[in-house]
Design a protein around this ligand. Structure first.
Ligand SMILES: [Zn+2]
Length: 350
């Protein structure tokens, strides 16, 4: 007896097509060819993908004929090799969906709460979860690494290496930062000199004093600089949401007195310090590189190397053009005219 062929509605077929398409990555025509095809990403037969997406046998041919290949060369036969996304990319997409379905609103409520009661963050259920989960964040370390700190050009004074050390709060008013409260001395460093300049300049400026630092060794650095559109295996959903959905990277207008964008990052810094982390690695909101903040004694592990010099952020516009315009900080979109005093022009190295 022949089994009756099951019929699927157009809507069901379309849903199967979408389920299959979300697994697909760049396929063969986008891979290098040298005495045969070299795949840069995972690949498999379309048949395997149909199975993985749980498309019933009876409609696999029909679904395959409607699947759009992301490289634009379809439709593929079910026995063709097709490119797949990496597991980390698939995990990222799954987690992002879960996050917006059930958790994003909880983080928003937490954000509203800390704006009202900054010192009670740990009393909120999300605050308590963050504090408990701090040991599950990614961890990194620094070993014999060159990092950079910049300071604005304020007057004709030639800055010395000592001017770049972590400020002494007994002598200098230390302002609040993304990862420090007012009066707490920490050392903010950028991964490259351009990044340091971009962190420091005000609207319209392009040049700043830059000092290189060599960090011999700092262990236990909380790593908030997750790769874009990628989720590591075992990453808890709350940490995923913090790393990937923006609460740690909201652009703060530094000229404003009230910076609510700093409240959650600063709470995470407090939780990290409480659990004996020595610093945080994080992505800049102003440039495409990474920054570090070193807490307390870890700041002493950064030793100035060479003398400070005035540097121009040569490639900053080039870097920004890879980001969508809504990610550009406001000052980037304005015409840029250096506001450096005349007498410095001879010193400038471009
Ligand atoms: Zn293809």
């Amino acid at each position: 007896m022949v089994a009756k062929r099951k019929k699927y509605t157009r809507k069901q077929i379309e849903a199967f097509v979408r389920d299959v398409e979300r697994y697909l990555g760049p396929c063969g025509i986008e891979q290098p060819y040298d005495h045969g095809l070299h795949w840069n990403n995972p690949h498999s037969t379309l048949k395997d993908v149909l199975e993985r997406a749980e498309v019933p046998e009876e409609c696999q041919e029909e679904v395959a004929s409607q699947v759009k290949c992301p490289s634009g060369d379809g439709p593929h036969d079910i026995w063709d090799e097709v490119g797949l996304k990496y597991e980390g990319e698939l995990r990222y997409e799954d987690m992002l969906e879960q996050w917006y379905r059930g958790h994003a609103n909880r983080l928003e409520a937490f954000s509203a709460y800390v704006q009202k009661f900054p010192s009670l963050a740990a009393a909120h259920e999300v605050g308590a979860e963050i504090r408990d989960a701090i040991h599950q964040f990614p961890v990194t370390s620094l070993k014999d690494t060159l990092l950079y700190r910049a300071r604005g050009i304020k007057d004709g004074r030639e800055l010395q290496s000592d001017d770049f050390l972590a400020p002494d709060p007994a002598k200098i008013l230390v302002g609040e930062g993304r990862f420090n409260h007012q009066g707490q001395s920490v050392l903010y460093l950028a991964g490259d000199a351009d990044g340091a300049v971009i962190e420091t300049v005000k609207e319209g400026e392009m040049r700043a004093w830059v000092q290189a630092f060599r960090v011999t060794r700092v262990e236990r650095i909380l790593d908030l600089s997750a790769d874009e559109e990628w989720a590591e295996e075992g990453l808890p959903l709350l940490i995923f949401g913090l790393l990937h959905t923006g609460p740690l990277r909201e652009f703060a207008d530094r000229s404003r007195g009230w910076k609510p964008e700093y409240l959650i990052p600063r709470y995470i810094a407090d939780c990290a310090k409480e659990k004996e982390f020595f610093g945080i690695r994080f992505k800049s909101v102003r440039h495409t590189g990474v920054n570090y903040v070193l807490f307390d004694s870890a700041a002493q592990s950064a030793i100035p190397e060479g003398k400070p010099e005035i540097r121009k952020a040569a490639d900053w516009k080039a870097e920004w053009k890879y980001l969508p315009p809504n990610k550009w900080p406001k000052f980037i979109t304005e015409p840029i005219e250096p506001t450096i005093p005349e007498e410095f022009n001879d010193l400038i190295e471009i």
